[in-house]
Design a protein around this ligand. Structure first.
Ligand code: SAM
Length: 257
C-alpha cells in the first residue's frame, strides 16, 4: 500500500462525517467501563483513537505499515494511549487476542472471502461481547454524497465525502445475507449519513455458565497473555511471513475506500 493511500484515508477519517460514524458506533457499544476495543483493518486509526478517548481500552491492527505509522503518529499528537500494530485479521486470531468490542470498518468490502472473515472476526470477540461492522450501502453515490456535503458538511475538510461517493459509486456489499445465519444472540442495525453507511451491531452469545465477569476474565486473560508474551503484531506478521503464510481472506484491494 502506498503512502498516498494512507494519506488519503487519514484525511477522510478525520472529516466530520467519519467522526459522526465513529461516534454512532461508540454510542452503540454502550458504556466503556474499561472494556477492550479492537479495531481490525484500522487504517490510520481514527476509530480506535476515538474509542480510547471515550474510555475504552483500545487497540487497532492493520497489515499496512503506512497506515499503522499514521495511526501511531495521530495517537501521539492527540496524546491518547492506543496500541497500534501491523497485523492482518488472521494474524490477530492466531495471536489469541480477544476484546469485549471488535470493530471492522469498510474491511469486509475489501476482502474476497467475507464468510471466513466474519467467522474470524467473531473469534476475536469475548463471550457476550459485540462485533461492530461498518459498511457503506448502495446509496453511497456521488450525487448523494454531494447532496449531504452541501446540506451538512460544507467545509474543505469534508471533501473526502465526495471522494468516497465517487470511489464507491453505489458499489456495496450486502451484509444482511452474510449476517443472517450467524450464531449471534442479537443483531441491530443503525443507519448514519442518510443511510449511506450502516453500523451493524452483533452481540455474541454468552455460553451457559459464563457470567459477564467470566467474559471479562476471558478478554483480560487474552490481553495479559499478549502483554506477558510481549506479542507485538509487527513481529507476529514477520514471523508469519518467515513461516511462509500469505495474506489472509484474499485481500482484494486493501486501499479501496
Ligand atoms: C477500506 S480501508 C478502511 C480503513 C478504516 N477501517 C476506515 O474505515 O477508514 C480497509 C483497510 O483494511 C486493511 N486490510 C486489508 N486486508 C486486511 C486484512 N486481511 N486484515 C485486516 N485488515 C486488512 C487495509 O490495509 C485498509 O487499511
Amino acid at each position: 500500500m502506498s503512502k498516498l493511500s494512507a494519506y488519503l484515508f487519514d484525511w477522510l477519517q478525520h472529516s466530520d462525517c467519519y467522526r459522526e460514524i465513529h461516534a454512532a458506533a461508540i454510542a452503540a457499544a454502550g458504556a466503556p467501563e474499561g472494556r477492550g476495543w479492537l479495531d481490525i483493518g484500522c487504517g490510520p486509526g481514527a476509530l480506535a483513537i476515538h474509542a480510547a478517548v471515550s474510555g475504552f481500552d483500545a487497540c487497532g491492527y492493520d497489515p499496512d505499515s503506512d497506515m499503522i505509522d499514521r495511526a501511531k503518529a495521530r495517537a501521539r499528537s492527540a496524546m491518547v494511549s492506543v496500541k497500534f500494530g501491523q497485523s492482518g485479521l488472521t494474524d490477530a486470531v492466531d495471536c489469541g487476542i480477544r476484546a469485549e468490542v471488535v470493530s471492522a470498518a469498510s474491511l469486509l468490502f475489501v476482502l474476497a472471502d467475507r464468510d471466513a472473515a466474519l467467522r474470524d472476526l467473531m473469534k476475536l470477540v469475548a463471550p457476550g461481547g459485540l462485533l461492530i461492522l461498518i459498511e457503506t450501502t448502495r446509496t453511497m453515490t456521488p450525487a448523494n454524497a454531494l447532496a449531504l456535503f452541501l446540506r451538512r458538511f460544507r467545509h474543505p475538510r469534508n471533501l473526502g465525502l465526495l471522494l468516497w461517493g465517487l470511489v464507491r459509486g453505489g458499489k456495496a456489499i450486502d451484509l444482511e445475507p452474510l449476517i443472517v445465519n450467524l450464531p449471534v444472540a442479537s443483531h441491530t442495525t443503525h443507519h448514519v449519513l442518510d443511510g449511506m453507511v450502516t453500523i451493524s451491531v452483533l452481540r455474541m452469545a454468552m455460553p451457559a455458565g459464563i457470567a459477564l465477569d467470566g467474559a471479562r476474565q476471558v478478554a483480560e486473560n487474552h490481553r495479559s497473555k499478549m502483554e506477558m508474551l510481549d506479542v507485538d503484531p509487527p513481529d507476529l506478521l514477520s514471523a508469519r511471513k518467515r513461516a511462509g503464510h500469505s495474506g489472509d481472506h484474499g485481500d482484494r484491494a486493501a486501499g479501496r475506500l
